[in-house]
Design a protein around this ligand. Structure first.
Ligand code: AR6
Length: 175
């Protein structure tokens, strides 16, 4: 499912990729985790499988993470040096601060990118799978937060890695 990336030059660089986040050659990949940070299904399961058992061992030391937050670990067997484990909100109809909490995930991950000096960061569409956040609405928040970040950090590169064509189309409409 790998495709050639769509490039959008903003102040920095935004790349839109159809494919698997675990194979991306970037400094950091973002995981759509849950508050336990001990693995799960979806992209979380794929990242743990690809990284190997060292990732879960380090996750056990983190003490979980609140919704809207993110914590960093090493990448272990992944091409990426870092994994930023973000905890997106579960969609409950939109009246439970879901937008704000999702925006916070992107902000926290981008702050971790600065802290760890990760020049390139790949995001999955956080919360849009098992957590059922509407894809178009989530993509709009993701693009807004990344563009705001790149204004102040034009030397960075951000990838949106879409696992299916519907998700890709949502980002393409916005970019
Ligand atoms: N690469 C890129 N994107 C992927 C991949 C992959 N290998 N696999 C799935 N996606 P989800 P959530 C896409 O469900 O909604 C877990 O159990 C997927 O198609 O992974 O935030 C956690 O432990 C969708 O577009 O995450 C939590 O309990 C996007 O990644 C819960 O799921 C996010 O889907 C988090 O749910």
């Amino acid at each position: 499912m790998q495709g050639a990336p769509y490039l959008v030059s903003y102040p920095g660089m935004i790349k839109l990729v159809l494919g698997d986040i675990t194979v991306q050659k970037v400094d950091a990949i973002v995981n759509a985790a849950n508050s336990g940070l001990l693995g799960g299904g979806g992209v979380d399961g794929a990242i743990h499988d690809a990284a190997g058992p060292g990732l879960l061992e380090e996750c056990r030391t983190l003490g979980g993470c609140e919704t809207g937050g993110a914590k960093a670990t090493s990448g272990y067997g992944l091409p990426a040096k870092w994994v930023f484990h973000a905890v997106g909100p579960i969609w409950k109809g939109g009246g439970h601060r879901e937008d704000e909490l999702l925006a916070s995930c992107y902000q926290r991950c981008l702050a971790l990118a600065v802290e760890k000096d990760a020049r390139s960061v790949a995001f999955p569409a956080i919360s849009t799978g098992i957590y059922r956040f509407p894809v178009g609405r989530a993509a709009a928040i993701a693009v807004r937060e990344v563009k705001a970040f790149l204004q102040g950090h034009p030397d960075r590169e951000v990838l949106f890695v879409c696992f299916d064509k519907g998700t890709l189309a949502a980002y393409q409409t916005l970019l």
